[in-house]
Design a protein around this ligand. Structure first.
Ligand code: GMT
Length: 376
């Protein structure tokens, strides 16, 4: 198949999923065209069967708000015709699904193009539900030839908020096995945890919804009972707030801010426990990647997280903001004989058994074939 993929190219779960999906499809012999305003950040290097098309929005003094959605729609239509694309798979409804819809309609009669939309989270729970976008998000969902959501939670939220007229299929996010095996980076671990302390890891885009400050509170509560270091990976609006809060709490010497990093699997593999105290999370891709690296996850029970982090097995969940319970869970994992090792193994096995790319990617391929009317 010839597949166009439109996504956000920046650090963020939806772009990561779209990029890994494209790489995987290309490996399976499909031709993949990424269409976005910049090269997706995990698309580093040369890949057979993958092509990138940059969307440019011309500058014009009248454009206080550059119309990216229109430039994207035009580019999608052009690429669909020139490359004879079978379908476009848009990730994150706003504006990608709308641009995909416009592209399909623009070339109707000239080229038959299908539109698949994957909903990722805040496009439904936050931005799409805003009155400024609600109607067009619903319209774009209903106009897609197929729609998927990354968790049951997100499917239910979509139905509740948009009452769509089309079915929403759940296709979970996935992990790709890495060449470098987890837990191989002993030297780097020694540098981060020079005194042999346990490493708590958090990875996010530091938006308020991630509740990064809770990771500091958890660390403060754990420190008197067990030596730990909190390693924060990523950057975003709450980074400087978190740096200040670490100093206010007097735990700055036990916290390391690494900023944005490319090699997240390597860094995750150094850790002992992953913290994800999010306010809202449709899935929690970073938690899945951490589980694959063998880290039990202490998370909130928001959104789709309990579909991934099984309380008492792959880690623990607690209500949003309940940092006392989360710190107790961290201590339990670190203090009880053999618990860290056991949970680490269960977390990794669960990630591999349930969310392995080899299991999930064929679901997308089947969906594409159904949409195209091809026999499976
Ligand atoms: O969580 C973010 O801030 C990024 C956002 C995105 O769209 O890039 O992530 C959403 O999609 C990810 C991939 O499907 C999910 O793993 C995240 O849970 C989801 N974020 C939220 O629902 C807040």
């Amino acid at each position: 198949m010839k597949i166009g993929i439109s996504c956000y190219p920046t650090y963020g779960g939806s772009g990561v999923v779209a990029t890994e999906l494209g790489k995987n499809l290309a490996n399976r012999g499909h031709e993949v065209h990424f269409i976005s305003y910049a090269l997706p950040y995990r698309l580093n290097g040369y890949y057979d069967n993958i092509f990138f098309h940059e969307v440019k929005v011309p500058e014009y003094p009248l454009f206080e708000y550059p119309p990216y959605a229109l430039a994207l729609a035009t580019k999608l239509a052009d690429i669909a015709i020139h490359e004879r694309l079978d379908l476009i798979h848009t990730h994150y409804a706003i504006p990608h699904a709308t641009s995909g819809y416009l592209a399909r309609e623009m070339i109707r009669g000239e080229h038959d193009l299908k539109l698949v939309t994957t909903l990722h989270g805040t496009d439904i729970t936050l931005v799409g539900a805003d009155p400024s976008f609600l109607r067009i998000t619903r319209y774009s969902i209903n106009s897609s030839d197929a729609v998927t959501a990354v968790s049951n939670f997100l499917k239910e939220e979509t139905i509740r908020t948009f009452n769509p007229t089309v079915p929403i299929e759940v296709i979970y996010n996935f992990i790709e096995e890495q060449v470098e095996q987890p837990r191989e980076c002993k030297v780097l671990r020694k540098r981060l945890a020079a005194h042999g302390e346990a490493l708590l890891i958090h990875l996010s885009n530091f938006r308020p919804v991630k509740r990064v400050l809770d990771t500091l509170e958890i660390t403060r509560l754990v420190l008197p009972h067990h030596p730990v270091r909190l390693v924060l990976i990523g950057d975003g609006p709450e980074r400087s707030v978190a740096e200040r809060r670490a100093r206010e709490l007097g735990i700055e010497n036990s916290v390391t801010f690494l900023g944005k990093q490319d090699d997240v699997y390597r860094l995750l593999s150094l850790g002992d426990i992953f913290l994800m105290p999010s306010e809202s999370e449709s899935f929690g891709l970073a938690a899945l990647e951490a589980m694959y690296c063998g880290l039990p996850c202490v998370s909130s029970n928001a959104g789709g997280l309990p579909e991934l982090n099984i309380h008492g097995e792959t880690g623990y969940t607690a209500p949003v903001g309940d940092v006392e319970s989360m710190s107790r869970h961290v201590l339990r994992i670190l203090s009880e004989e053999g618990r860290l090792e056991k949970m680490s193994q269960v977390a990794r096995n669960y990630a591999l058994e349930r969310f392995h790319a080899d299991k999930i990617i064929p679901m997308y391929v089947d969906l594409y074939r159904r949409v195209l009317g091809q026999s499976l």
